[in-house]
Design a protein around this ligand. Structure first.
Ligand SMILES: NC(=O)c1ccc[n+]([C@@H]2O[C@H](COP(=O)([O-])OP(=O)(O)OC[C@H]3O[C@@H](n4cnc5c(N)ncnc54)[C@H](OP(=O)(O)O)[C@@H]3O)[C@@H](O)[C@H]2O)c1
Length: 320
């Protein structure tokens, strides 16, 4: 996290934000901002915002279906860009007028600072963030990087906007943002894949399907909670767990853990895939799971499970 510069002062109560795109991620951010009372006014632009009645009717929130519906007094300090990466090209021109006073905070995967400044102006103050979906319950983790044009106060405000939905990490080198997208941005999908694998394996080994689902959910969430409090480095968690496992009982053994996948939103028909590292269709990860049970007579002694995921190396960010 960058050193904090105090921005909460006499004018903090008058803070104004503009949120462009209020779907899964924009909606999570909006909910976090309302909970933390971080802004006095939040203008939202989205044809059909994914917000509950509490947010839609909140006195701080005004919703417009299109940029020409943004009230003239909006005057945001930060314009938060949370539309799909494929939509950015057509969305950005309408917000270029805010460059100067406002910083732009983009959560779009794969859109570099240079690419954004190419549409918003070379001197636009841009902060890039990669959050993840646990932001919806305030348990996200976001990686941020900023253009030199973003002032310390603007960086700090963007830090606070993401900290309202979880933890925040900063990187100086924008080139690692693709790797963060693969690890934490797409990571929840990988965890859900593991959960699904466990449940499916359990059902295939004889457990009732609904019980297998409950066991898988509680195992993954319980293990995640344990990982959060165990003072064991991530690289040592597996060995630590094996220290506790009894010999000769059925247990899970990783068969072939692949690299974390880059999970992409599918490109619309006829569109280029948005992420340069993907270069094709989203990965059919569910077809890549293998489960092997080793038996001694009727007794299962060991279960191996693996996700054979081919390594998707993040490529250079698409040039602007
Ligand atoms: N979801 C994740 O795990 C995740 C993680 C990291 C980063 N991100 C980034 O977050 C951004 C949003 O992703 P998301 O998952 O939240 O997608 P989403 O649920 O589809 O949200 C995008 C929202 O933008 C709206 N929209 C479309 N065109 C618009 C326009 N011209 N002006 C204003 N709003 C418009 C969409 O409305 P319609 O549905 O009506 O089109 C939708 O409500 C993406 O850039 C993504 O890369 C997402």
């Amino acid at each position: 996290m960058i050193p904090c510069v105090a921005v909460d002062g006499p004018d903090a109560m008058g803070r104004r934000l503009l949120l462009v795109g209020c779907g899964k991620m924009g909606g999570a951010l909006l909910a976090g901002w309302l909970d933390s009372e971080i802004a006095a006014r939040i203008d939202v632009v989205d044809p059909a915002p994914a917000v509950g009645p509490a947010a839609a009717q909140h006195p701080a929130v005004r919703v417009a279906a299109a940029p020409d519906g943004v009230p003239a007094d909006a005057d945001p300090e930060v314009v938060v860009l949370a539309v799909k990466p494929q939509a950015m090209e057509s969305v950005l021109p309408a917000y270029r007028r805010f460059a100067g006073r406002a910083a732009f905070l983009s959560v779009a995967a794969g859109k570099s600072i240079g690419w954004l400044q190419g549409r918003l102006g070379a001197e636009a103050a841009v902060v890039r963030a990669i959050p993840n979906t646990p932001a919806a319950i305030g348990r996200g983790i976001s990686v941020l990087t900023a253009s030199p044009q973003a002032s310390p106060a603007q960086r700090d405000l963007c830090d606070r906007l993401l900290a309202a939905v979880g933890r925040v990490e900063w990187v100086a080198d924008e080139r690692v943002m693709d790797a963060a997208t693969a690890l934490s941005g797409s990571g929840p999908a990988y965890v859900f894949l593991l959960m699904e694998t466990l449940a499916r394996a359990g059902a295939e080994l004889g457990l009732p399907t609904d019980l297998a689902g409950r066991l898988a959910r509680e195992t993954v969430t319980g293990a995640a909670a344990l990982a959060a409090v165990e003072l064991v480095p991530v690289a040592g968690m597996l060995a630590h767990e094996h220290d506790h496992a009894g010999a000769g009982v059925a247990r899970w053994r990783p068969l072939d853990i692949g690299e974390p996948p880059l999970v992409a939103e599918p490109a619309a028909a006829g569109e280029e895939p948005w992420h340069p590292a993907l270069g094709g269709e989203p990965q059919a990860v569910h077809d890549l799971v293998e489960i092997v049970a080793h038996r001694d007579g009727d007794h299962i002694v060991e279960v191996e499970h693996g996700c054979h995921l081919s390594r998707a190396v993040p490529g250079p960010t698409r040039p602007g």
